[in-house]
Design a protein around this ligand. Structure first.
Ligand code: PLP
Length: 474
């Protein structure tokens, strides 16, 4: 385990000690160094006496500083093992954490699985083997690593969408790709069509660019194109035909053609394929980019991601589009985060090379979990309407009466964090709907449904709660 010697810690602490080496300045300094990572968690600090000598202060000063840090959770001391830097538990919470929520929460606001074992294998091999050859230059590739652009092109070609590496721009996820399109192709005040319900960040991004979201209703029967007057003047649309989030819908080939026809007049449709690889290829209708377009149909650009099919922690996604558009997006990214990290891209190359095997395992795991959750819901809350999802990672559940927001607040009291329906709509409607991911292992679904039933009972009986439902949703 790393340790920091008294001399080194003294020089790191110098900026904090300019106003005088009191105990609170020492505590502030160590806290700051822990938070900015220069003293990583686990680092062993010098003894009180050793640091006091190096700083030229009394031992009581250092002792008082260590006491403060211990109380705050930045220092853990054990007899014989000295004092080690730690990060307090409260630092691990989310931006929307509700003060007072239970310490351990089952987080169902994130519809994503933990990494499969192949991610660690790929990461290890990429770091040990592939990285060395790329260290000789500055490491920034505005369109993405050539090897990853080729791998994504091959992957899409294998799924029926003939693609050249030239047509692929690597991004930091599908959501960044959507933001780049908004940044590049729109000006404030314009209309952008989004599905309703949809992934909340799609709407939030539209608003963040000072644009007006126009709802394209998605019902149990499919996509219901907005009337021509609503869509009129829209400059862009966002659709997810493969495992729509949150409804789980998988558009049939006919629905895909109708969807494109319904969006005539919108110059460009961004097809978000974040969940597409979780659909069994044997059942998958043609990808939207491969659906033959009729005269007047909008142009299509595809957004893709490693997040749901492999691991969201990689933050690797892509855009498939015409090279002229990609050049504009790559240029726009120059003022954002410039390019994607090299190592993660190398990991993605290795994972895509074994996509068929990894994805077959993912689909089998999800099918088992989805079926377990469906049965538990049918047993535990038989009056809720649940439609089996054909894609994606979530069930979109209809409650007998409105109250999903209140249910989510009570669920938080009971240790489960959920995203209620209105989070997924442009206009705040949808309070009869609840999104429930089927990421929970089969042996946990009965307990989960018990919580949902109890939370609903409390909501219906107007039991008071101080909680506010989570906003951070993925
Ligand atoms: C439709 C949709 N697009 C994009 C994302 C985010 O993808 P990424 O992690 O690749 O940015 C999500 C995450 O839930 C999603 O549901």
């Amino acid at each position: 385990m790393a340790r920091v010697d008294p001399g080194r810690l003294t020089s790191l602490l110098n900026p904090w000690l300019r106003s005088g080496p009191g105990y609170s300045a020492v505590a502030d300094g160590v806290r700051g160094l822990a938070l900015d990572g220069r003293l990583p968690a686990g680092t062993r600090l010098p003894s009180e006496r050793g640091l006091a000598v190096a700083l030229g202060v009394s031992r009581t000063t250092v002792s008082a500083a260590y006491d403060v840090l211990r109380t705050e959770g930045y220092l853990v001391s054990a007899h014989g093992a000295g004092s080690r830097v730690a990060l307090p538990a409260a630092l691990h919470v989310r931006p929307d954490a509700d003060p007072g929520e239970p310490a351990s929460v089952l987080d169902l606001t994130v519809a994503a699985l933990p990494a499969p074992p192949q991610v660690l294998e790929a990461a290890t091999a990429a770091a040990a083997t592939d990285l060395a050859a790329l260290l000789a230059d500055h490491g920034m590739h505005p369109y993405g690593l050539p090897a990853l652009r080729s791998a994504v092109a091959a992957h899409l070609t294998g799924r029926g969408v003939a693609t050249d590496a030239e047509q692929v721009l690597v991004t930091g996820g599908a959501l960044q790709a959507w933001n780049l399109l908004l940044r590049t192709l729109t000006t404030p005040g314009q209309r952008v069509v989004v599905e309703q319900p949809t992934y909340p960040a799609v709407i939030d991004a539209v608003r963040a660019h000072h644009l007006r979201p126009v709802a394209l209703p998605v019902t149990a029967d499919g996509w219901d194109p907005p009337s021509s007057s609503t869509a009129r003047g829209a400059v862009l649309a966002h659709v997810t035909a493969d495992g729509q989030n949150p409804t789980g819908l998988l558009a049939s080939a006919e629905q895909r053609r109708e969807l494109l026809a319904g969006l005539r007049g919108v110059p460009l449709v961004a097809v978000d394929e974040t969940f597409a690889d979780l659909v069994d290829p044997a059942e998958a209708p043609p990808r939207l980019a491969a659906v033959a377009r009729r005269p007047g149909d909008p142009a299509v650009v595809t957004l893709g991601s490693m997040s749901k099919s492999f691991w969201a922690g990689l933050r690797v996604g892509w855009v498939r589009g015409e090279p002229e558009l990609l050049a504009r997006l790559a240029q726009a990214r120059a003022s954002l985060d410039i390019t994607s990290p090299v190592l993660e891209q190398l990991v993605a190359v290795r994972l895509l090379a074994q996509a068929d095997a990894v994805l077959a395992e993912r689909r089998a795991l999800l099918a088992e979990r989805r079926d377990a959750l469906l049965s538990a819901l049918a047993r535990g809350v038989p009056d809720w309407v649940v439609r089996p999802s054909r894609g994606g990672l979530v069930l979109w559940v209809l409650l007998p009466t409105p109250g999903a927001t209140l249910l989510a607040a009570h669920a938080l009291d009971l240790g489960v964090r959920l995203s209620p329906g209105p989070r997924f709509t442009v206009d705040g409607t949808g309070d009869r709907w609840l999104r429930v991911p089927f990421t929970t292992p089969a042996d946990g679904v009965t307990a989960l449904v018990d919580v949902l039933r109890e939370a609903r009972a409390r909501a219906v009986s107007a039991t008071p709660t101080d909680r506010t439902p989570a906003r951070w949703t993925a």
